[in-house]
Design a protein around this ligand. Structure first.
Ligand code: SAM
Length: 322
């Protein structure tokens, strides 16, 4: 479906839970986020996907919170993968439960995976995520690769004074592995003064990172994502920069989001979304759900603000799923 600015909207991101077993410093800068008690059920997720597909959605990403804390994750993957018209099914995870679930999710129809990994140093991992689990996540990445989930992407939120000195180490991963690395600019999340201070202190723009890698060559256009991709000479995989702060990619935005609370969000930086729960009950016709999705698509703003107004209107990224 085309939105009012002529963009094709074919990508739906669904946050299937707000719960997470990590507490990453940049995701919950206001402290522990209390998750909603009842995330969407398998049936509700499937119904949203069917309505989306009827409007031209072909790509789905499951996110969270941490999607793999749901013990029905394989069932969710299977339910979404079997909806006719879903051409691409991906998932974003912190990797903690990946060794356990990667083979079953691949069998159930998951195609590809993004793994969030913000440091390659065991000693830093716990400071960033609140949990000492570097080795476990690394095993998860290897399990995903063995399960054939490809392309496999490693997402690192770049933060001055926290991990920005690891850019070369991350870049080197693409020489030895078929793992695409994406550096994400830090986005301001949270409502407290300390959340704002965290952002001001640790934000680093993508060009500053890119300048540290003078050998990067522009890669051919790769995938549908917002990353600009490059490659080191003879590298097996690409390096990308996702720049919501310094250079927005709103003109190419092709997505809408469903939160774990059942709200539909047209823009990550917009309001907290339209409530969808009312039209998700079984008694309400599929067309009512489609109408609501169409309204959300038509309400997509042309772009989000940069500069001082650039902000996510929520307490934690786990509400929206990134
Ligand atoms: N638990 C999963 C994970 O760790 O990937 C999925 C949810 S997480 C909220 C989705 C993505 O949002 C992750 O790649 C994470 O790094 C990113 N993210 C969270 N807070 C962010 C922030 N303040 N700025 C930039 N990216 C952020």
């Amino acid at each position: 479906m085309l939105d009012t600015f002529g963009r094709t909207i074919d990508y739906l991101r669904i946050s299937i839970t707000e719960a997470c077993n990590f507490q990453c410093v940049y995701c919950t800068p206001d402290g522990l986020h209390t998750p909603a008690t009842s995330p969407l059920t398998v049936d509700e997720i499937e119904r949203v996907v069917r309505a989306g597909v009827a409007l031209g959605i072909t790509k789905i990403r499951l996110t969270g919170g941490e999607p793999l804390v749901r013990n029905d994750i394989v069932e969710i993957v299977r339910a979404v993968a079997t909806v006719e018209g879903v051409q691409d099914l991906a998932l974003t995870t912190n990797g903690f439960f990946l060794a356990k679930y990667a083979p079953a999710m691949a069998d159930a129809g998951l195609k590809r995976i993004n793994i969030s990994l913000d440091t390659l140093r065991r000693d830093r991992f716990e400071n960033i995520t609140g949990i000492d689990a570097f080795d476990r996540v690394w095993q998860g990445i290897l399990a995903a690769e063995r399960a054939g989930l490809a392309p496999l992407k490693i997402n690192a939120v770049a933060m001055r004074g926290i991990n920005a000195d690891e850019i070369h180490d991350f870049a080197r991963l693409t020489l030895d592995h078929d793992w695409h690395v994406r550096f994400i600019e830090l986005m301001p999340v949270g409502e407290s003064d300390s959340a704002r201070e965290f952002f001001d202190q640790h934000f680093i723009g993508a060009h500053e990172l890119r300048d540290q890698l003078p050998d990067l060559q522009i890669d051919k256009v790769y995938g549908n994502g917002p990353a600009k991709t490059y490659r080191l000479p003879n590298a097996r995989a690409t390096i990308g920069f996702i720049t919501p702060a310094t250079e927005h990619f709103c003109n190419a935005c092709n997505r809408i989001r469903v939160t774990a609370r059942g709200a539909l969000c047209a823009c990550l930086f917009g309001d907290r979304g339209m409530d969808m729960r009312g039209v998700l009950c079984e008694e309400v016709s599929a067309s009512a759900l489609q109408e609501l999705l169409a309204r959300a698509i038509n309400s997509k703003p042309e772009s989000h603000p940069l500069g001082k107004d650039f902000k996510i209107n929520g307490k934690a990224m786990s509400e929206f799923g990134g």
